[in-house]
Design a protein around this ligand. Structure first.
Ligand code: GTP
Ligand code: SPV
Ligand code: MN
Length: 577
């Protein structure tokens, strides 16, 4: 605690707030009231949505700003071609002048928080300093904040400094100093830019540590699949932002699976920390304590569990406000409200325009999820049978395939591509390679990261999870999704688990092992055998173009790219010729 107090005093001297308030998760109503007074929050209908609030962000502050995100290490080479680099001294000097006096007349909140269950040797403690009540309330949902956490604080904690400042986009910086265990973020209040326990700590800083300590910090959901015999097996899945993690993590089995007795358990929906357990297998924990999920498209059909999770004690950001009912609405729900305010805070009159921002979000406590896994608090986590990678691809990637072995799986994951979404600023729908769905989140050189994955595979050996790739987003000539997705994705998971057990058949293709159409159960589905054939088709012309793009991408890593991956690429090329 001495160290924490010393650091807080230094930051107080820099930011010059009017007062300092320590947060321990209790008495939050006081802060909510203040936020209601300032207009930062709107209290929603307490009968229909108890404990729920609406927040509208600044118009220029609706998504992660990747171009304003920096990793500051002594050597530029250590961050690699996928990250923005600045020398620590140079960046500290820019930030110090921006933070100087930034909290004049404001309150400085100090939030000790824990990523992972409190007291576990695998958890990480942090302290976030912020001048935003919205950040305080979100952090209290997304992380563990309690008296117990404050008590546990010692010399080792991640120093997280945040200010919304003037929300000036030209002075926005999200900076990581992995050598100092520090994160400084200014001029944004948006989730991944401002809730520093999430992407900044639990992925960028944690991945840096994980490489040194032989574990993995990944952008992955964790879910348990209980079969009719009552056995639960766990899988992790990495999809880029807004590509279906929360939905898969909370899926409801199709009717025929429910009747047979299948159940799904949600352990996590965004981040997984994976370690080799005493039994030599890979075990995963979810370091978060809540969900910061995409709102649009969430409804009774796509994700009833998420809908239940956000029925109370939830903060909604940038959705539509229903003036008559004092509730919220978004695209994907029925019956748009007559009198409404759009996400920008204007009367919603032009209904051609979306009312909710495409990246509008909910912040809901994990315990609200009706299918939260009983293992959620287990500090050891859950043993992982399969790791699934996937992206949003209109063509190219088939519905599912299995990597030939672990190293080939690392190759598949390092080369996965996806179309960009509204979760990051910039153009939507541009295909980019997003290795392991970690391109925006890996805190060091991704060439070294691939080598680390290969090393982890070698350490685990025979007990390594099997690796798969999926794509729920393949479209037909009219641009419609062919695969029904959502709950029906369990049909693909069933094949994946059967492959892990050695009970499902597969055929070899140039890209890996694939099911034939008869291997995927489509009972009760409105899709044909031909649709499945299309979903499983591997177009060699598209793949030859893909190989060229992969080569160009790999070249950007120079000699930091493991030779093994070049070999895998050359093997893939020869299987297509
Ligand atoms: P982040 O929180 O940004 O990391 O996103 P996520 O990966 O958790 O994505 P999420 O589950 O919130 O889904 C994002 C969008 O994809 C939503 O609009 C969903 O409705 C849509 N989506 C999710 N799963 C499927 C699917 O299986 N098929 C189709 N067609 N759309 C899906
Ligand atoms: C993502 O963009 O992957 C998210 C939302 O999960 S954020 O917390 O903003 O990163
Ligand atoms: Mn995410």
């Amino acid at each position: 605690m001495v160290e924490v107090k010393k650091w807080v005093a230094e930051m107080e001297a820099l930011c010059k707030p009017e007062k300092v308030v320590w947060i321990d998760g209790e008495g939050l109503d006081e802060y909510r009231k203040e936020a209601l007074k300032s207009g930062e929050l709107i209290e929603l209908n307490n009968e229909l949505m108890p404990g729920c609030f609406l927040h509208r962000s600044a118009l220029n502050d609706v998504a992660r700003s990747e171009d304003k995100t920096f990793i500051c290490t002594t050597k530029e080479d250590d961050v690699g071609p996928t990250n923005n680099w600045r020398a620590p001294d140079e960046m500290y000097s820019v930030l110090t002048s921006l933070f100087d006096g930034v909290m004049k007349g404001r309150t400085m909140y100090v939030i000790p928080f824990c990523m992972g269950t409190v007291g576990s040797p695998f958890s990480k403690l942090g302290v976030e300093i912020t001048d935003s009540i919205y950040v305080v309330l979100n952090m209290c949902i997304m992380t563990r904040v309690s008296k117990e956490v404050t008590k546990a604080l010692g010399a080792e904690f991640v120093k997280c400094l945040h200010s919304t400042a003037e929300l000036d986009i030209d002075k926005r910086y999200i900076c990581h100093f992995p050598e100092d265990n520090a994160i400084w973020s200014i001029n944004s209040g948006y989730g991944g830019n401002a809730l520093l326990g999430k992407k900044c700590l639990a992925l960028r800083i944690a991945s840096y540590r994980a490489k040194e300590e032989n574990w993995l910090a990944e952008h992955m959901l964790i879910l348990g699949i209980e079969n009719p015999a009552g056995e639960t097996r766990y899988v992790c899945a990495a999809f880029p932002s807004a590509c279906g993690k929360t939905n898969l993590a909370m899926l409801i089995p199709p009717e025929i699976y429910r009747q047979k007795g299948y159940k799904i358990w949600c352990v996590g929906d965004d981040i997984a920390w994976l370690r080799i357990g005493e039994d030599g297998r890979l075990w995963a924990v979810n370091p978060e304590n809540g969900y910061f999920g995409v709102v649009p498209g969430t409804n009774e059909k796509t994700n009833p569990n998420a809908l239940a999770a956000i029925s109370k004690d939830t903060i909604f950001t940038n959705v539509v406000y229903d003036e008559d009912k004092n509730t919220v609405w978004w695209e994907g729900l029925d019956n748009p409200p007559k009198n409404a305010i759009n996400w920008k805070g204007e009367k919603w009159t032009n209904r051609e325009e979306k009312g909710a921002h495409p990246n509008s979000r909910f912040t809901a406590p994990a315990k609200n999820c009706p299918i939260l896994s009983p293992e959620f608090e287990n500090p050891k986590g859950v043993p992982i049978s399969a790791i699934i990678f996937g992206g949003r691809r209109a063509k190219t990637a088939p519905l599912v395939y299995q990597a030939r072995n672990f190293d080939h799986g690392v190759f598949v994951a390092s080369t996965m591509a996806s179309e960009t979404t509204a979760a990051q600023t910039g153009a939507v729908g541009v295909t980019r390679i997003d290795s392991m769905a970690m391109k925006p989140f890996c805190g060091y050189n991704m060439g070294d990261y691939f080598a680390h994955w290969l090393k982890m595979g070698a350490l685990i050996g025979d007990k390594a999870p099997k690796i798969f790739n999926v794509n729920w987003f393949r479209t037909d000539e009219q641009g419609r999704f062919i695969w029904p997705g959502f709950g029906d994705n369990l049909r693909v998971l069933e094949w994946i688990l059967a492959r892990c057990d050695g009970t499902a058949t597969a055929v070899e293709s140039p890209i890996g092992y694939m099911p034939t159409p008869k291997d995927i159960n489509i009972e009760g589905l409105d899709i044909t055998h031909t649709d499945l054939e299309n979903l499983l088709n591997v177009d060699s012309e598209l793949w030859k173009a893909e190989i060229i793009a992969i080569k160009e991408y790999y070249e950007t890593f120079g000699d930091r790219l493991p030779q093994k991956l070049w070999e895998e690429l050359s093997n893939l090329e020869s299987r297509f010729s």
